[in-house]
Design a binder for this molecule. Structure first.
Ligand SMILES: *Cc1c(COP(=O)(O)O)cnc(C)c1O
Length: 391
């Protein structure tokens, strides 16, 4: 895949070679089980605690407030189900949004089957949460508000600090899924005020299969996994030491490089947005014009299907993503774009480019060069063609 232009960093990132190097010894040299008592195990335990400190430092949390998990999805499930069940005596109501990642949405759907009530709050045309609807949905049974920090599809950043204020005024726990923001924008749990925050290694150049949940001291939460005495009894299971070490290094790299990277990505994003909107007619840019992740560009191109464009782009060696839930092979248009009021047919013509550490201006220029002819060709063949619009 030497010449691949990878523009799908919101789906996953390549593991940084510096992360891989740091992980390697923990597979076959320092492979001890951190719970054992000989010195080989001690090395693994020490590395795990050093990684915990790195994660905590990046988030401005305390190391004791970080629990390692098997992925971002597990961190989200842990927060949502763990808080809901632990506080059931107080109430059975949870508030979330219509544009959450499925890790939160489907955890909430499952809670509904267990007798909980869930309010799914609307967003405006930019994907920004409707704060009035949020306030109006609070009841004396509400135990948790869970709203994502930034949306993975359109990049819109939600006003978490403000939402936390509303939660605190009402004595409600606040969780945010920060999988798309950690390592990309400043994420400070005290600045945001949240009680719980999820992150995932593979979204910011760490390895796949490791995540973490920040749990503020004093938060009432049940565990998902019961077993041995790992992670302070909050998450049983022998720890993924190489993965945890990798996550720690990814956090250290983020602390050193994030700020500069953010500026670079913003420039690439703007170059791509400008290039596409200049060379292709009938393009709509999705997401908030300003409050948006610097590396994310989501567009709808009228009269063409996202999936077809992706296949053509793949032929040109460009990896991007579309608004339909293509991972599941489903042709349902994106729930995020739908919640933003975009019609199903337009949502089918969406493309998401998410830039990252390895991208250059040349990558962007290649997209600007190949996408317009792809769109023209597809528009000629399209059943949604311009002249057929009225059908
Ligand atoms: C990727 C992602 C997740 C899931 O993380 P995994 O580690 O892949 O399970 C959750 N939330 C958001 C916003 C994501 O982008």
């Amino acid at each position: 895949m030497g010449n691949l232009i990878y523009l799908d960093h919101n789906a996953t990132t390549p593991t940084d070679p510096r992360v891989v190097d740091a992980m390697l010894p923990y597979f076959n040299i320092l492979y001890g089980n951190p719970s054992s008592i000989y010195s080989l195990a001690g090395e693994a335990a020490k590395a795990k605690e050093a990684a915990r400190e790195s994660v905590a430092k990046l988030l401005n949390a305390k190391p004791q407030e970080i629990v390692f998990t098997g992925c971002g999805t597990e961190a989200d499930n842990f927060a949502v189900k763990g808080v809901a069940f632990a506080n059931r005596a107080k109430g059975n109501h949870v508030i979330t949004s219509k544009i959450e990642h499925h890790a939160v949405l489907n955890a909430c759907k499952w809670l509904e089957k267990q007798g909980f009530d869930v309010s799914y709050i609307s967003v405006d045309k930019y994907g920004g949460l409707d704060l009035d609807e949020l306030k109006g949905s609070i009841t004396d049974k509400t135990v948790l508000i869970t709203i994502m920090h930034a949306n993975n599809e359109v990049g819109t950043i939600e006003p978490i600090k403000e939402i936390t204020g509303i939660a605190k005024d009402n004595g409600i726990y606040m969780h945010t899924d920060a999988v798309q923001t950690v390592g990309k924008i400043p994420v400070d749990v005290n600045e945001l005020g949240v009680d719980l925050l999820s992150l995932s290694g593979h979204k910011f150049y760490g390895p796949k299969g490791v995540g973490a949940l920040f749990i503020r001291k004093g938060t009432k939460i049940d565990s998902l996994l019961h077993g041995g005495h790992h992670e302070g009894l909050r998450r049983a299971g022998t720890e993924n030491v190489p993965g945890i070490v990798g996550l720690g290094v990814a956090c250290e790299l983020a602390m050193e490089e994030r700020e500069e990277e953010e500026k670079k990505l913003e420039a690439l994003r703007d170059r791509l947005e400008e290039g596409i909107t200049r060379s292709i007619d009938d393009v709509i840019v999705n997401g908030h014009p300003k409050m948006r992740l610097s590396g994310t560009l989501n567009i709808c191109i009228k009269y063409v299907e996202g999936e077809s464009m992706l296949l053509q782009l793949d032929h040109e060696g460009i990896a991007a993503s579309s608004g339909s839930a293509c991972t599941s092979g489903s042709l349902e248009p994106s729930h995020v774009l739908r919640a933003m009021g975009i019609s199903p047919i337009l949502a089918h013509g969406s493309l998401r480019f998410s830039m990252g550490r390895g991208n250059t201006a040349r990558d962007i220029d290649k997209v600007i060069e190949v996408l317009p002819p792809i769109v023209s060709r597809l528009r000629e063949m399209s059943p949604f063609g311009k002249d057929k619009e009225k059908n």
